[in-house]
Ligand binder design. Structure first.
Ligand code: GLN
Length: 217
């Protein structure tokens, strides 16, 4: 069902996938600190048992076990990344280490970006539509069941994108209106919402687990 084949008038249907991990604690995880909610991500990482490191230049990626690309404005972030070979260094980092993109960060990770199209890192096998919910309902808080243990999860959406296609290697952990809101493709994670703005730390804990499991391989 997750094939990328498209039929006129018929959209891809998505199904939830279960995920479990184990690993050791306290990895060093970078948070891209150009713009957006990076401070809340750093706090969330501390609460999830990791050591956050604010990243403002490519050299600061060295020695990190993973990285979060926060929400904000993907075009602004992209413009910044396109200076000083940051984009290329980040692409190289993404090819080896765990990376978690939230909202604008998810847009930066996608294989293809629409509405409008823009350059992306292309490490997540997904097509993402920016600002998919229009102006009136551009920001909303929903609570829904996910594949994470522990009951329904609060999801804060702010001018959220929508994941409209995913490849076969992408696990879907949460949905909004039938479209993936939280996905995982090996060591890559993406959320169309802002987990750092809720008090529930299950999403960050999952990423920390992916990072520790990858680091101990
Ligand atoms: N609408 C923003 C974009 O397209 C993303 C919004 C967000 O990160 N909260 O980049």
């Amino acid at each position: 069902m997750k094939s990328l084949t498209k039929y006129p008038g018929q959209r891809q249907s998505f199904q939830l996938t279960k995920t479990e991990f184990s690993g050791k604690d306290h990895p060093r995880i970078g948070v891209l600190a150009i713009q957006g909610n990076y401070a809340s991500h750093s706090q969330a990482l501390i609460e999830a048992g990791a050591e956050p490191v604010e990243v403002r230049k490519p050299s600061q990626l060295a020695g990190l076990d993973g990285l979060i690309l926060p929400g904000g404005e993907s075009t602004t972030m992209l413009r910044f990344l396109e200076k000083h070979l940051f984009f290329e260094v980040l692409q190289e980092f993404c090819s080896k280490k765990p990376i978690f993109g939230t909202c604008a960060g998810a847009i930066l990770l996608a294989r293809e970006v629409r509405n409008p199209a823009q350059r992306s890192l292309g490490v997540l096998d997904a097509v993402v539509e920016r600002n998919a919910y229009g102006r009136q309902i551009d920001s909303t808080i929903l609570t829904a069941e996910t594949t994470l243990a522990g009951g329904p999860l609060e999801m804060v959406f702010i001018r959220a994108p929508r994941i409209v296609e995913t490849g076969a290697g992408v696990d879907i952990l949460a949905l909004r209106d039938g479209f993936p809101a939280l996905v995982k493709q090996g060591r890559i994670m993406a959320a169309t919402f802002h987990p750092e703005l809720s008090s529930d730390r299950r999403v960050h804990r999952l990423f920390v687990q992916i990072v520790t499991a990858t680091a101990s391989k």
